[in-house]
Design a binder for this molecule. Structure first.
Ligand code: NAP
Length: 487
């Protein structure tokens, strides 16, 4: 399928090399290709790093660390603020690029660019508010001083589902704190990050502070970095499986870690909920990013007295969405990222149907060459269906019913994941009771979207640890040094 003039222009403008220590350079290996998931066709070729290329990036990060940490906080703040403005100015082009490589609709890509840029603005404000503490020893004899200092060179590994925001919520605090960094975007969606790299250089980021490595042999290229003593921090967003592997590798050097891993969000609707609102928010919580989001509602638990009405109205809403290439007008739902993801979603739906679930809308792959899956609602989903315990990462809403508060709490907490939950009720006491009992890092009360740069994003249990955004986000990139003072 031929690209439009605009698509070609945006694609031509992206750097296709590695960014090593402030300079765009060719990779030493053969190039790797980037695909359009709506057509399965190749968009372009980009540099493909070897372990040696990646080591050069770490050399640059280690060499630049000392001078970068002495740059005035206001200056670091101004760089972030300029980058925020450049992202806003170029939002349309960045969104088009993201849609081409990732698949989501243009409206969703624009929303992500806004969300992503807000992390740069938030952390430009945090850069000048890094404080220590001065206190008296309890005995009164001496004084206690604590200071916050940058951790040091960081490796930031991001997934393909939010190619910009998962990057800026790591890059923003790393710059604000005074850390140098190597960014490794997902192989499926490297272009948005390469475009962001250019923006950050244009905003005045000094040489060596940021490197960007793209590679098709990710494990081989990353492991030597993770195990190099000069690296001081790894922030990873991705699957729990790869997170576990990286923790094992990082144990060699006791690397400081942040892990933003998988989710399996319950969406709980009590009988006293505002049903119109619950259905409207269910669409948001399920369909944002075609369901390819760690915070996507994965399991809908609806009180048995309203389960049929909820399922029927949600089916009408999802059945009415338009599926297609994200760049086209009027498209709500783009393709999934690749054939594997499409196959996994189909497998989970088939498993639920075999075990007794009913297909209320959708239920199968889309037509045509791309990796489409029809928005799907499944009713009467039995407790042993795999999609109630495995992350779906697709546009499928399984609905199960419950009768008591304790029953739904047990079901919601019966997961190895603990990222986010959504609760719909008009009873304030019940809301507090349930929110206190849920084993999650985040929850939405009568809302289906909690992501916000000013809030601490992160999970518990096997959804990982560490927080991104909010006041907490910058702490992940700072160490506390304590000094005891004898008067
Ligand atoms: P993934 O396969 O774990 O990949 C994530 C990143 O890790 C990619 O950049 C990938 O590179 C890299 N990677 C893969 N193997 C590696 C290795 N051996 N060593 C070092 N890096 C390695 O996850 P994904 O499929 O891209 O993303 C989906 C997952 O991310 C879901 O489970 C989702 O819930 C989770 N997620 C979590 C959050 C959160 O904040 N909690 C946010 C978004 C997504 P390649 O692409 O080159 O393989």
């Amino acid at each position: 399928m031929a690209l439009t003039k605009d698509e070609q222009r945006v694609l031509d403008a992206v750097p296709k090399q590695l960014l090593i220590g402030g300079t765009w350079t060719d990779g030493s290996a053969d190039q790797m290709s980037v695909e359009d998931p709506a057509t399965g066709e190749t968009l372009c070729q980009i540099a493909n790093a070897t372990p040696e290329d990646a080591m050069k990036a770490l050399d640059a990060a280690a060499a630049a660390q000392h001078s970068w940490k002495t740059v005035a906080p206001r200056e670091r703040s101004d760089i972030l603020r300029r980058a925020y403005q450049l992202m806003k100015d170029r939002a349309d082009d960045l969104a088009l690029l993201m849609t081409m490589e990732m698949g989501k609709s243009l409206a969703e890509s624009k929303a992500e660019i806004t969300y992503a840029s807000e992390f740069l603005r938030w952390f430009s404000e945090e850069a000048v508010r890094i404080n220590g503490r001065w206190s008296n020893e309890p005995s009164g004899a001496g004084r206690l001083l604590t200071m916050k200092q940058p951790v040091g060179p960081c490796l930031l590994i991001t997934p393909w589902n939010f190619p910009a925001a998962m990057g800026t919520r790591k890059i923003g605090p790393a710059i604000a704190a005074g850390c140098t960094m190597i960014v490794k975007p997902a192989s499926a969606t490297p272009l948005t990050m390469l475009a962001l790299g250019e923006i950050l250089l244009e905003a005045g980021l000094p040489e060596g502070v940021l490197s960007i490595i793209t590679s098709s042999s990710t494990g081989k290229v990353m492991q030597p970095l993770v195990q190099d003593q000069r690296l001081r921090k790894l922030s990873f967003t991705g699957s729990t499986e790869v997170g576990r592997l990286l923790m094992e590798q990082a144990s060699q050097t006791l690397l400081k870690l942040s892990m933003e891993l998988g989710g399996n969000a319950p969406f709980i609707v009590f009988e006293d909920a505002d049903l119109d609102k619950a259905i409207e928010q269910a669409v948001v919580a399920k369909m944002r990013n075609m369901g390819e989001s760690c915070v996507a509602a994965n399991r809908f638990y609806v009180h048995s007295s309203i389960a049929e009405e909820f399922t029927s109205r949600l089916s009408d809403k999802l059945g009415a969405l338009t599926v297609g290439r994200g760049t086209e007008d009027g498209v709500d739902v783009g393709p999934l990222i690749d054939a594997d993801q499409q196959g996994k979603v189909a497998e989970l739906v088939d498993d639920a149907v075999e075990k007794g679930a009913t297909v209320r809308t959708g239920g199968s792959k889309g037509d045509g060459a791309g990796y489409f899956f029809k928005p799907t609602v499944l009713g009467d989903v039995p407790a042993n269906a795999r999609l109630l315990s495995e992350e779906i990462f697709g546009p499928v809403a399984p609905v199960a019913s419950f009768d008591t508060e304790q029953e739904v709490l047990d079901a919601a907490n019966g997961s190895e994941f603990g990222l986010v939950a959504y609760v719909f009720t008009s009873d304030f006491s019940r809301a507090i009771r349930v929110l206190e009992e849920l084993e999650v890092g985040m929850a939405g009360l009568n809302k289906g979207l909690v992501s916000n740069p000013a809030a601490p994003f992160g999970g518990v249990k096997q959804s990982g640890f560490g927080r991104e955004g909010g006041f907490e986000g910058i702490e992940e990139y700072l160490e506390t040094k304590y000094i005891g003072i004898d008067l």
